[in-house]
Design a binder for this molecule. Structure first.
Ligand SMILES: N[C@@H](CCC(=O)N[C@@H](CS)C(=O)NCC(=O)O)C(=O)O
Length: 206
């Protein structure tokens, strides 16, 4: 069985979604901000961040996008990602990497702005620049969705759910509706998926 360290409203959302959609049983351990839930947590998550996944074989990993990719590979029946030789695979890898390496860190600069400056007064400027960076990224993702239903291939993938999570982390959670209509369309479809609706009761992303 998997063991997932998570927290409501965190990047644990997309990993919980992947595990639920894969039908993979898991134990969820809630991590309260700033308080390690058990001795093991800090050893396997040196930055003290969630999501952190302990695999059935006892190995563990951090990094939301990598975790989602592993779950997709190990539970391929759930079709969480295009298979390696499918035409949508390149887009899946591209947009997953974009969201985890460009978007997620920019969101962190919004909510943890004081970590990104040594100036006592600097946090507001960090935050403003981060919002601009997030908005630029959403513009790129929206354009990628202009001619297609999903981010990668013909089916919904875990990358779309990653996008749903990011969109709801925006300080103006309804901004997609006016600024990024294609992202708003994908999010509207996903908010109706029963598994995601159920997860949102705890995560309260929307
Ligand atoms: N690169 C990591 C980022 C994880 C992350 O920043 N998680 C946040 C919650 S969304 C966290 O645990 N922050 C606590 C902290 O940094 O102190 C990933 O993609 O999983």
């Amino acid at each position: 069985m998997y063991k997932l360290y998570s927290r409501a409203g965190s990047g644990g959302f997309v990993v919980e979604a992947a595990l639920e959609l894969a039908g993979a049983p898991f134990e969820r351990i809630d991590v309260v901000k700033g308080i390690d839930p058990d001795e093991q947590f800090r050893k396997i998550s040196p930055l003290g961040q969630v999501p952190t996944l302990v695999l059935p074989d006892g190995n563990s990993m951090t990094e939301s996008a990598a975790i989602c990719q592993l779950i997709a590979e190990r539970h391929s029946h759930a079709r969480l990602a295009p298979v390696p030789d499918a035409s949508g695979r390149a887009e899946f890898l591209r947009w997953s990497a974009f969201m985890t390496s460009v978007m997620y860190p920019a969101v962190l600069r919004i909510y943890y702005a004081q970590r990104y400056t040594t100036h006592a007064e600097g946090a507001e400027a960090v935050k403003a620049a981060a919002i601009a960076e997030v908005d630029r990224g959403f513009g790129i993702l929206d354009a990628a969705l202009e001619t297609k239903q999903w981010l990668a291939g013909e089916h919904m993938s875990i990358a779309d759910i990653y996008l749903l999570m990011l969109a709801h982390w925006h300080p103006e959670p309804r901004k997609a509706e006016s600024a990024w209509p294609n992202i708003a369309r994908v999010c509207a479809m996903l908010r109706d998926v029963p598994v995601l609706k159920d997860l949102n009761v705890r995560h309260e992303l929307w």
